[in-house]
Write a protein that binds this ligand. Structure first.
Ligand SMILES: N[C@@H](CCC(=O)N[C@@H](CS)C(=O)NCC(=O)O)C(=O)O
Length: 414
């Protein structure tokens, strides 16, 4: 019983931290359940006052539409504690160092993703399949660990629910346009694998609005999504520019986009990747423009819970492996031939023809052959979802290889 009370207090503290971190509503009423026996209702005051609007469409079409209920139910909880433990490092440590064993036993990777950002993470309504740049990294990890890129249970998550769900062990990895920040990496209890997409926050406006730069937005309303870095960056940047604006904070991507499209906001702000992606979902995409200014640094990539170094290493080196494969010219089309014929020791190490680098991760030595066969190298993944043959036609920019002046760089496979 004493333990329950202690856990309850920890739960409440964690909840207040979480709500503060997310810049939530003025007063949050929440039920915190700890070890089934104890239910506590608490009101948590939050410092920041923001407008939270959840569009009617959202209420009618909740996340369940994009994240089918069966998928949620199918996501087997691990031995980790439940989501009520919110945002402290302690539960992450309890999740233990056996994620790979759990994934192998389950026969599926539980991957937390986005369902609403075409090109990155998207549930295609026609096929009911997840697809995108981030989704391919779920497949890459499943290929490395389980030998099957399709052995993935996808869990669609919003900006707000992604962190508690990862902390609770309901997913093994989160790969969903999530920015690497110090607070997420430390007090929230996560480890970030290498950045797969270097991004920055942008602002979309109507072409006929006369707005060409942020300082033209005096008195403007701006649609922004709750529980994101976006919310805080917007406030900081506008304050620094002395622009008095009104944020309209919404719960998820569809409601944010709908509010902007319906003309309830003059601007829509999120990561530039998210803006480019969401632009194609607007009623008249060509009527909108993304301002040139970049408001922040948003390094996006996969993340895992603290407390499992082996699992962190796997996610990290699978990601680096896709970078290295591009640098070495290894593709999904030539990987088998390269493994069979290359005499380059660097290639032979990466593909596990020589050495036992896979074994060091607890994987087969040819784990990168499986990954590259399944999804290709970094450049192939990028081009498939964002490149010139897609509607996005996104320039690589900082996401070029380091040998080409970009930031994509793998340490040696030695
Ligand atoms: N990179 C930022 C923003 C990520 C984010 O959640 N962006 C929104 C706007 S594109 C999104 O993906 N929403 C999808 C959803 O909630 O369904 C972060 O990590 O906080």
């Amino acid at each position: 019983m004493k333990r329950n009370i202690l856990l309850t207090v920890v739960g409440l503290l964690a909840l207040s931290l979480f709500v503060t971190a997310c810049g939530g509503t003025q007063v949050v009423e929440k039920v915190v359940t700890v070890e089934v026996e104890k239910v506590v209702t608490v009101e948590v005051p939050v410092e920041k006052v923001v407008t939270v609007e959840v569009a009617a469409e959202t209420a009618e079409q909740p996340a369940a539409e994009v994240a089918p209920t069966e998928e949620m139910a199918a996501a087997e909880p691990t031995e980790a504690p439940t989501a009520t433990t919110a945002e402290t490092a302690a539960p992450a440590a309890q999740a233990g160092g056996n994620t790979m064993a759990i994934v192998k036993e389950r026969g599926k990777l539980n991957c937390g993703v986005n369902a609403n950002v075409p090109g990155f993470g998207y549930l295609d309504p026609d096929t009911n399949e997840f697809a995108g740049f981030d989704i391919d990294y779920c497949k890459a990890i499943a290929a490395a660990v389980l030998g099957d890129p399709d052995a993935v249970e996808y869990r669609a998550l919003t900006g707000t629910d992604r962190f508690p769900v990862l902390q609770a062990g309901e997913i093994d990895v989160l790969i969903r346009n999530t920015t690497w920040t110090i607070s997420r990496d430390t007090s929230l209890g996560f480890n970030f694998a290498p950045t797969t997409f270097y991004d920055g926050q942008g602002m979309m406006v109507r072409k006929d609005s006369g707005i060409t730069k942020l300082t033209d937005m005096q008195g403007a309303t701006v649609c922004v999504q709750q529980g994101t870095t976006t919310e805080k960056n917007l406030a900081d940047v506008m304050r620094a520019l002395n622009v008095d604006y009104e944020p309209v904070v919404l719960a998820d991507a569809p409601s944010t986009l709908a509010a902007y499209d319906e003309g309830r906001c003059d601007g829509f702000t999120t990561d530039k990747s998210g803006l480019v992606s969401n632009q194609i979902l607007l009623a008249k995409p060509d009527d909108h423009v993304i301002l040139d200014e970049t408001m922040s640094k948003e390094p996006l990539g996969p993340l895992v819970r603290h407390g499992d170094d082996q699992w962190f290493d796997i996610v990290k080196w699978v990601t680096f492996g896709t970078f290295d494969a591009e640098e070495l010219g290894i593709t999904s089309a030539n990987v088998e031939e390269m493994a069979a014929t290359s005499e380059d020791p660097v290639v032979r190490n990466l593909l596990g023809v020589e050495g036992d680098l896979g074994q060091g991760l607890g994987l087969d030595n040819d784990f990168m052959v499986k990954v590259i066969k399944a999804v290709g190298n970094y450049g192939e993944i990028y081009d498939r979802h964002l490149g010139p043959d897609t509607v996005f036609n996104l320039e690589r920019g900082p996401n070029r290889q380091w040998t080409d002046g970009g930031l994509i760089y793998s340490p040696p496979f030695r």
